[in-house]
Design a protein. Structure first.
Length: 287
């Protein structure tokens, strides 16, 4: 066997081993979550667990209803999408097509820096700027769905901007130029021709942004109020699924601990459904 063939086979084996390790890690996570979470759902009752409105582990008997946390996660994530997606897409369009070269490097560096800021730093920023601003000028005590949505909207910007810009740049420039030649304005050519052509990458950025938002913990804990009750408005405090796990796992035991792991199962299913929806959308778009 020649040296080049041996090296090629060796690299193929290494790449295959790395892929199998990734799959094995996912399988282990699934086994751990479902093996520990499903029994808790059976003990509590699936309906009581998913649709119960009371979370009171210390009561007698205890109540483990996660519906307030499900709604809390959905509201905060939806708010982050409403704030982050339009800003992210418009920013990506500007960077890809309209930004002067002298300004591009500065803006691109700023976006990259946003991606590298730790979650706890975002949380501190939200505590000292967003929360007081909402308290003083909008209402409530500041720790609310609105505060968490604004903060998460900022946090998902690097993901959406980066992937959307790459998708736009991947579209052949001839498509844009042909649209201009047919009489379309620059804005119409971009939003009616180029962006639809890049929709796969744009949707990928949005989906990853949603995953970041729904899975974020530390920053949300610091600004959302962490109140395990049904949300009644965007200025009210809320607790998300991730926050519920982090706040109580340190002292939870027995059924309480199992219920928190079952909460992780619900969160895992949410993320899985989002990814499957994106895969189906992408497959449909490729037809």
């Amino acid at each position: 066997m020649r040296k080049n063939e041996w090296q090629e086979r060796s690299m193929k084996f290494i790449f295959m081993l790395a892929s199998l390790m990734s799959v094995f890690a996912v399988i282990l996570i699934c086994l751990f979550l479902f093996a520990n979470g499903i029994p808790a759902m059976k003990k509590i009752g699936l309906i009581n667990f998913l649709f119960g409105k009371e979370w009171s582990p210390s009561d007698t008997p205890p109540a483990f209803g996660i519906l307030p946390m499900i709604f809390g996660s959905l509201y905060v994530t939806a708010g982050a999408i409403l704030i982050g997606v339009p800003i992210g897409i418009f920013s990506a369009v500007f960077l890809a097509k309209a930004c002067p070269k002298s300004l591009y490097k500065i803006l691109k560096l700023a976006v990259d820096l946003l991606a590298g800021v730790p979650s706890v730093v975002y949380g501190f920023f939200g505590m000292v700027t967003i929360v007081p601003f909402i308290r003083n000028f909008i209402g409530g005590d500041g720790n609310s769905i609105l505060s968490a949505s604004i903060l998460l909207g900022i946090m998902i910007l690097p993901t959406i901007i980066g992937l959307t810009e790459s998708a736009i740049r991947a579209v052949p420039n001839e498509i844009y130029e042909n649209a201009i030649a047919l009489g379309a304005s620059s804005e119409r050519a971009m939003f009616s021709v180029v962006l639809p052509a890049a929709k796969s990458g744009v949707v990928a950025g949005i989906v990853l942004g949603i995953g970041r938002a729904i899975g974020e913990t530390m920053a949300v804990i610091m600004v959302a109020g962490n109140q395990a009750r049904m949300p009644k408005g965007i200025l009210e405090g809320v607790r998300t699924l991730t926050a519920n796990i982090v706040i109580e796992m340190g002292y939870a035991a027995e059924l309480h601990r199992e219920a928190l792991i079952a909460t992780g199962v619900v969160l895992f299913v949410f993320i899985l459904l989002i990814n499957l929806s994106f895969a189906a959308f992408r497959k449909e778009g490729m037809k």
